[in-house]
Design a binder for this molecule. Structure first.
Ligand code: MEV
Length: 313
């Protein structure tokens, strides 16, 4: 029997990270240049129920039950079996790989979960719907993010631009005119769960101040949505810079991120901001297509360990 494979893209948050955890709107788009892959193979000689996990990128090569019981891969297998009312599995191997840098704000955890759920459910003969995949991936996101809004698993499952408000039906984000973004990676690993937990502590001790910051971020996301729907892309740049300032006040930027934002603007980007959990990871810069290479080079000179040029449409 051939291996059954599934893929899921990375993502960037254009506007609204962190505030989205507290019910404000956010805008996110998939990034198709990077992806996670899951492949499921039958082990014809293995005993029934023996599940092997091979994920060389994160140094995992073992039996499923050798992983800690709360490990997301255990949870994923359990949830897929439960969703399909399957009591026992045949012997199989699940191979995972990804070109999405981990702990960098590009949705690597959610993408692995989505690809894993799709490949395993298809291998078991009952591919789950996008809605089911999204719901199961959200459960796994709790492991990575603590109290996730659900935006990462949603934009990655549906692989389309989304206007997202926690707990509300998913809306496709209309982008009237495509635009170009350069993504710059500080190379600093920063687990989202830590930034999200720190923000929560600050919100608990200074609730009024943080609510006001989240309101301002939410208003920017709303204005950006309008701008995108009307095709007024030029107006996005200042909104990105304002969103970055607010993320600095929220306490999730880092000197390396600020340096990349400044370098992008100095090289002619119309706007730039950190993207995702922050503290490290990636930032994005809005550029004219003909200026993308120049901005990417400026980011590398300012310390970016890698850059991706992507068209958002
Ligand atoms: C992480 O990509 C986005 C955050 O807003 C967390 C979340 O929404 O769950 C920082």
């Amino acid at each position: 029997m051939p291996a059954i494979s599934a893929y899921a893209p990375g993502k960037i948050i254009l506007f609204g990270e962190h505030a989205v955890v507290y019910g404000r709107p956010a805008l996110a788009v998939p990034v198709l240049q990077v992806k996670a892959r899951a492949a499921v193979l039958a082990n014809v000689r293995g005993p029934a129920g023996q599940v092997r996990i091979e994920a060389p990128d994160i140094q995992i090569n073992c039996g499923l039950h050798d992983l800690p019981s709360d490990h997301p891969f255990q949870t994923l297998v359990f949830m897929v079996c439960e969703a399909l009312s399957i009591q026992s599995l045949p012997a199989l191997t699940i191979r995972l790989s990804s070109t999405i840098p981990t702990a960098s704000g590009l949705g690597s955890g959610a993408a692995i979960s989505v690809a894993f759920i799709r490949a395993l459910s298809a291998f078991l003969g009952h591919p789950l719907s996008d809605e089911q995949v999204n719901a199961l991936a959200y459960e796994t996101e709790r492991y990575y993010h603590g109290s996730p809004s659900g935006i990462d698993n949603t934009v990655i499952t549906y692989a389309m631009p989304v206007y997202f408000v926690r707990g509300q039906p998913i809306e496709r984000l209309k982008i009237a005119r495509p635009f170009t973004v350069v993504i710059g990676d500080t190379g600093i690993k920063s687990p989202t769960i830590e930034a999200v937990s720190d923000v929560r502590r600050c919100w608990q001790s200074e609730t009024a101040h943080f609510e006001s910051l989240f309101d301002q971020v939410g208003q920017i996301a709303l204005a950006a949505r309008q701008t995108l729907e009307n095709g007024e892309t030029a107006a996005l740049g200042p909104l990105m810079l304002k969103n970055h300032e607010l993320l600095c006040e929220i306490g999730v930027s880092a000197p390396a991120l600020d340096a990349l934002v400044q370098a992008a603007v100095a090289a002619g980007a119309q706007g730039a901001k950190l993207c995702g959990g922050g503290r490290g990871g990636n930032m994005i810069a809005l550029v004219a297509p003909e200026n993308a290479e120049k901005v990417a080079q400026a980011l590398q000179q300012a310390g970016a360990v890698r850059t991706i040029i992507t068209e958002v449409k």
